[in-house]
Design a protein around this ligand. Sequence first.
Ligand SMILES: Nc1nc2c(c(=O)[nH]1)N[C@H]1C(S)=C(S)[C@@H](COP(=O)(O)OP(=O)(O)OC[C@H]3O[C@@H](n4cnc5c(=O)[nH]c(N)nc54)[C@H](O)[C@@H]3O)O[C@H]1N2
Ligand SMILES: Nc1nc2c(c(=O)[nH]1)N[C@H]1C(S)=C(S)[C@@H](COP(=O)(O)OP(=O)(O)OC[C@H]3O[C@@H](n4cnc5c(=O)[nH]c(N)nc54)[C@H](O)[C@@H]3O)O[C@H]1N2
Ligand SMILES: [Mo]
Length: 761
Amino acid sequence: MSNPTEKLPDAEPPRELGELKRSEPKAYAVGSAAVISSLAQIHSHTNPVRGTHALAKLNQKGGFDCPSCAWPDPDGKRAPTEFCENGAKAIATEITDRRVDREFFKQYSLLELGEKSDFWLNDAGRITEPFILDEGATHYRPASWEETFEVLAEELNACASPHDAIFYTSGRASNEAAFLYQLFVRQFGTNNLPDCSNMCHESSGSALNETIGIGKGTVTLEEIETTDCVMVVGQNPGTNHPRMLTSLEQTVKNGGTIISVNPLRETGLRAFAHPQKISGMLGHSTPLSSLHLPIQLNGDLALFKGMIKCVFEAKAVDEKFIQEHTAGFEALKEESAQVQWSDLVEHSGLSEEQIREAAEIFIKAKEAITCWAMGLTQHHNSVEIIREVVNLHLLTGKVGRPKSGLCPVRGHSNVQGDRTMGIWEKSPESFLASLDKEFGFTSPRAHGYDTVEAIRAMHAGKGRVFFALGGNFLSAAPDTHYTAKALRNCRLTAHVSTKLNRSHLVTGKRALILPCLGRSEKDEQASGRQMVSVENSMGVVHSSQGALDPASPSLLSEPAIICRMAKATLGERSKAPWTDFEMNYDRIRESIERVIPGFDDFNQRLRQPGGFYLPNGVKERVFKTATNKANFTINPLSKIQLKPDQLLLQTFRSHDQFNTTIYGMDDRYRGIKNERRVIFLNPEDMKERGIEAEDPVDITSYFEGETRTAELFLAIPYETPRGSAAAYYPEANVLVPINSTAKVSQTPTSKSVIISLAKRS
Ligand SMILES: Nc1nc2c(c(=O)[nH]1)N[C@H]1C(S)=C(S)[C@@H](COP(=O)(O)OP(=O)(O)OC[C@H]3O[C@@H](n4cnc5c(=O)[nH]c(N)nc54)[C@H](O)[C@@H]3O)O[C@H]1N2
Ligand SMILES: Nc1nc2c(c(=O)[nH]1)N[C@H]1C(S)=C(S)[C@@H](COP(=O)(O)OP(=O)(O)OC[C@H]3O[C@@H](n4cnc5c(=O)[nH]c(N)nc54)[C@H](O)[C@@H]3O)O[C@H]1N2
Ligand SMILES: [Mo]
């Protein structure tokens, strides 16, 4: 589908090709190429003094938290350079010397900006002051903060119902910002709090809450490094959590075995050359995974069912644990006996021997941890797949004891903390009651919209105001043109942002950009320099304090923006101490301590080097589920039916992007240079369709009788199972149908899109 309305900025990135160069996928990750790439990124954006200052504070105790992924920092001694290549890219893009200022918006109309690539938009620099797009205007114009908040309050208060406003959050917001934001939204009168988690680990949260009673992981960094077996399933840590490779190297050195389950032989899981060691710089690498299972897309449920069959066969069930701590065992045993190997082989694309080999390692290992990310969470049956991972661990008692457990590896650096702070469209009663008590009001109880429901509501004309605390909703969401229409139906779209992105171009009748401080920048308020807190993927809460001068004197911090928005919108309707909150973030933390369990002595413990762990009952085998036990579940196989010419497509990340922020046009480990419009294909699948390497193709997706087309991608022969294809997000998001979501979690099925290919003439 090309841009349906010619006079509006394009919702899709330009469909143009670069000068593709290809090489063999790399044999090992990191090493000197990563160090060179980090330094080059910093150098291209700022001067060496500012760059060095930033890197010296990154992930250090007393410094600031890396705004890239949620991988934890070591509890003990830290290396002087506790960051990775992609963390350096995230910092470079934030501390850049380039500016999106009033001159910039005078020069470029919205239509012109729509023709630019995502790389270009991000590369334009930091936004310097608030900007308003008036109704019918072709350009953004500068505005004062006062006017910005007036417009916001006017449009919000003109909503016939508070549920006509939607408040999105991306996972970079600090705990303090997130807590204030959900308070404001609930005092305004709605639970419409969709977040990026709805598109990310929602399936993990849904599966884990039901089965083990907490929606988070159960292991620590040290446990990963010292366990006997780590399964890395549906995750590409070499690119998306590079510091995880340092831990996996330790696992191997301590005698542990790594199994990788992935359609692709991702470089980061093959071998790792430590960038802080001379041997690593010279290219001496440690092999990581000793068993690679090239599973077909969406084949994991069958794999885990096969492993469970092997556990029964080997009589390796932990009967004592099952007896004392679980419910539903008999049903699982019965189901497992009935499952046929022929079905498991067909569904997984693996041989029975391969599945048995993985099971043997897992069973032999005294302790084992399973890590996963988007390769498991973004399918129609993701919740079932993850529940089956839990079944395997419960069956063998490999949960809730040292060095064994479950590890959903979180994406955005504070996405887990945001959920802890109440960014959830369906927060539990206990949280709401506690919030109400602290602030003397009654939160709405009706569930709000999640991300997909929010898009559908706006599409149907039921959203008046769309407000985003960070992120790039248009480009992150599925079904780009559908989402664009949804946003265009709003009266007002408003974004708290650091950098320009496509969501600023595809707007409501009016639009606002509220520019904020980044993580790396000093946050000065009336009571002095402030710090914020974040929670990493393993439940450690720690402080983050910026060290650099802000990109512009007109920026406000996220907490300050929320406080002022609340005062302007709610006025006398809110009794919360918004002015005090803005002046001193310790006051916010005092309220958090009273509202959310686990934050006792928050202000004091946050000032301890390294922070503190939140309580996690599962570690003591306390399961806060409906049965007060850990629950086995039954998860039937359901194969996606493909017609003979169809393939399954996953949409994933290149090495040069952070979600929708494009740092560069290369995907070094996969051997791709200068091009993002590529589709990775099995060579036999190409041959069958008469497609040669680098032929341009159009991709069409199919769902419930509808089709969607993404134009102009170059075909790349790649080592991937037959029938499993891959293309980059956000370019491929046009193909992801809005109604194709995971059962229970409603996560868009970005990793299993049914497609066919047409060669372009
Ligand atoms: N540098 C960088 N870091 C990031 C991000 C980034 O964009 N850039 N994004 C952050 C965010 S928000 C997140 S959520 C994480 C994402 O981290 P990942 O989940 O690693 O991200 P993806 O690129 O989506 O990779 C999915 C991986 O799963 C595999 N896969 C796909 N489908 C299947 C399947 O059906 N089964 C199995 N077994 N494997 C499958 C793919 O081949 C790929 O290796 O990273 C975070 N960190
Ligand atoms: N097809 C497909 N779609 C996907 C995925 C996929 O794998 N495939 N992955 C999904 C996943 S896992 C996720 S998490 C979502 C991500 O969705 P989002 O979180 O919405 O997207 P990001 O690209 O991370 O957001 C980037 C923008 O955040 C803003 N920003 C950066 N730093 C800050 C800051 O400190 N404060 C504020 N206020 N703003 C800041 C900048 O303006 C930048 O342009 O996308 C999802 N969409
Ligand atoms: Mo994510």
